[in-house]
Write a protein that binds this ligand. Structure first.
Ligand code: AKG
Ligand code: FE2
Length: 337
């Protein structure tokens, strides 16, 4: 029997095989001697270079505060998003994402080998595009102010992400201009808003199964429920929510361009049986027609290129195949050593 309004999914479809179910993770305070990095972005660029370098090299994930994005904007996006996800399914699917169009609403993932107990809104920059998307949702009263928030957020998160990426590469002695050439525009950026309803079979399934993020840098905002875990030294560790903080993580594109100096880290979202959860993530991508390669300064005789150069669109076209093979697309471009 279908259990989700507007879908033909059954609960059994979400039950993972015994060996794929989420094992119990650790709290970050259980990690002896390893403290999840928390970075004050109010410091000067000069002070931040070594701090960010260390956080990104040791964990690949870190928390930031004093990041300059107003709390009121983050709260407002979360409130509007919850109202959107609370609409009847027939309204939400009015803006269903239809590939190759990369934006719109996706209901509980049907095609993936491991189902995700989550629905999502995928957005890309562009004032007209965002306005007309939300205006197409019947009975959504908040389309104007939600659109305005999203437009503002793209701009602020884009500038924030740009600053962090630039400083991370300064930590590897790479010139700002080289970074600007690849990440200078937010046009290819994406915002993904995830909604994880409370789940009656929370121990048997995932909100999102383990994965690495594809783009350059991801900046995540989560509510106070918790559920994000990252793989650290072979253990799943919970990234506990903290008001006012955002979570940053290295995507595969930075792993490749840093020639493996910064690593993209596996992470997953768990669900729980009592509370819904909301997160939203800004993904900073290079544009599809950029040719990316390990930065020339980082390729030497002693440290040869670990990856072949590629066009971002070719990398993206490997997503589906990588998913089937249960690994990430970057593996297809690894140089044999
Ligand atoms: O919701 C979360 O905590 C993680 C989401 C995530 O990893 C993603 O959307 O790529
Ligand atoms: Fe992710």
């Amino acid at each position: 029997m279908a259990f989700l309004e507007g879908t033909d999914l059954t609960m059994a479809e979400f039950v993972c095989a015994q060996n794929e179910r989420p094992s119990v993770g650790l709290s970050s305070s259980d990690m002896e001697g390893a403290i999840f990095p928390k970075v004050d972005l109010g410091l000067s660029d000069e002070e931040l270079v070594p701090i960010l370098h260390s956080a990104a090299s040791s964990w690949g994930f870190f928390s930031i505060f004093n990041h300059g994005i107003p709390e009121s904007l983050l709260d407002s996006i979360a409130t509007h998003a919850l109202h959107f996800f609370g609409l009847p399914s027939s309204d939400k699917i009015a803006i269903a994402r239809n590939p190759p169009v990369p934006y719109g609403y996706t209901s509980f993932a049907k095609s993936a080998a491991i189902k995700s107990w989550s629905e999502a809104l995928h957005l890309m920059p562009g004032e007209d595009r965002i306005h007309s998307l939300f205006q197409s949702v019947p009975s959504f009263q908040e389309s104007q102010s939600f659109s305005a928030d999203i437009i503002k957020y793209f701009s602020l998160a884009g500038a924030l992400s740009n600053r962090i990426i630039t400083l991370l590469f300064r930590g590897l002695m790479v010139d700002d201009e080289e970074v600007e050439r690849v990440f200078g525009s937010i046009d290819p950026a994406r915002l993904r808003i995830n909604h994880y309803p409370a789940c009656p079979i929370a121990d048997l399934t995932y909100g999102l199964p383990p994965h690495k993020d594809y783009g350059g840098l991801a900046i995540l905002h989560q509510d106070d429920v918790g559920g994000l875990e990252i793989l650290k030294d072979g253990h799943w560790v919970a990234v506990e929510p903290e008001k006012g903080c955002l979570i940053v993580n290295i995507g595969e594109m930075i792993q490749m361009m840093s020639n493996g100096k910064y690593q993209s880290v596996l992470h997953r979202s768990l669900v729980n049986s009592s509370q819904p959860r909301l997160s939203f993530i800004f993904f900073h991508f290079p544009s599809d027609d950029s040719l990316v390669a390990p930065m020339s300064k980082l390729v030497t005789k002693d440290s040869p290129a670990k990856y072949r150069s590629f066009y971002v669109k070719d990398y993206k076209s490997m997503f589906a195949m990588a998913m089937k093979a249960n690994h990430s697309p970057l593996l297809f471009f690894k140089e044999s050593s």
